[in-house]
Design a protein around this ligand. Structure first.
Ligand SMILES: C[S@@+](CC[C@H](N)C(=O)[O-])C[C@H]1O[C@@H](n2cnc3c(N)ncnc32)[C@H](O)[C@@H]1O
Length: 228
């Protein structure tokens, strides 16, 4: 069956002119927005859940939506503890079956959860950013993860980071920001998930005939990337 999801349209002809300046600012100036209570509570729950699964490598599914990818990653990696995070309680509560014992679905704001995770010394083995909201208007650069003040926390956590999007420019900009922050050059590549898409958005875009893009980077754990 085909689907009808329109390709991303943006008023940007190429990488945003302000990207390097925004990344530099996030690397130079600590972002001190207070952590919301609900995410602090969710993080405490996640810590207890992880403590009950000692020695299991951690996988993060950041912006997991309804959590299908979290369930699939957990089933594919039974030795790992997989935490899917989304701020939408509505999406997380949709009925897709009980997650396996090595998967946790957590309602939390990533901008806070990532900072708490880094402060607690979490070192994910794998970190997925699957189809983040693109915010394609150029005026919304600061809402894309690489234009957001929290950006340095993502590479600082380390691990195998995988970003997927149906918008090549999002992945290209992320690669530029990653290089600026870490010196690591990650290739941007088109890819085909075949008959086994990992997420509902991936499935929708694929069935609409859109090209899917991704970037994979092996990152060392580097908390010092954050300004003091
Ligand atoms: C386009 S959806 C993709 C969902 C899923 N990864 C997929 O591919 O089907 C983006 C998701 O990111 C979540 N999200 C956006 N900003 C977030 C934030 N600050 N904290 C947690 N989740 C966030 C949204 O609620 C939404 O579910």
């Amino acid at each position: 069956m085909t689907a009808h999801s329109r390709a991303i349209h943006s008023n940007q002809p190429g990488p945003h002119q302000d990207l390097a300046r925004r990344v530099e600012r996030s690397l130079q100036h600590a972002w001190r927005k207070p952590v919301a209570d609900h995410t602090r509570e969710a993080f405490a729950q996640a810590k207890d859940w992880l403590a009950a699964r000692p020695r299991r490598p951690l996988m993060l599914d950041a912006g997991c939506g309804v959590g299908l990818s979290t369930r699939r990653l957990a089933n594919a990696h039974p030795d790992c503890a997989v935490i899917g995070v989304d701020r939408s309680g509505d999406r997380l509560s949709r009925e897709h079956g009980e997650p396996p014992d090595n998967a946790l679905l957590l309602r939390a704001d990533l901008v806070d959860l990532w900072r708490l995770a880094l402060a607690a010394g979490w070192q994910p083995r794998q970190h997925y950013l699957l189809y983040p909201n693109p915010y394609p208007k150029s005026v919304h650069l600061k809402m894309r993860w690489h234009g957001h003040p929290v950006f340095p926390v993502i590479p600082a956590l380390g691990g195998r980071l995988e970003l997927r999007s149906n918008w090549a420019l999002y992945v290209e900009e992320f690669a530029l920001a990653l290089h600026q922050a870490t010196g690591i050059q990650a290739a941007v590549e088109a890819f085909d998930p075949g008959e086994t898409p990992l997420t509902p958005f991936e499935d929708k875009y694929r069935r609409s005939g859109q090209t899917l893009w991704r970037l994979v980077a092996e990152l060392p754990h580097r908390p010092e990337l954050l300004p003091g």
